[in-house]
Design a protein around this ligand. Sequence first.
Ligand code: FES
Length: 99
Amino acid sequence: MSATDPEPTAAPPPPPPRIRLTERGPLLVDGPVDLLLPDGTVLHCDRPVVAVCTCRRSRRYPLCDTSHRTHRRPAPAPGPAPAPGPPSFPPDGSGQTPG
Ligand code: FES
């Protein structure tokens, strides 16, 4: 290394893990990822995107096997309007909740 060599720069930090929520399906997690299960075991997933079951109907739980598609929730009963739900997310996916 000479005095004219540029200073070595640190690598930029990796982007934060990204988890996408779907309407009535799994959580889509950018992989590879380790899933920590309630019993303390670790399920390592090498896939670039891992679908984590949120409906608990999967025969491969905690991984989604698309069983959520065949078990539709019944339509809401007519009646008064439901209470306001959680805030919606902006369409640009910035992860910022509307202020
Ligand atoms: S979310 Fe797909 S099977 Fe549960």
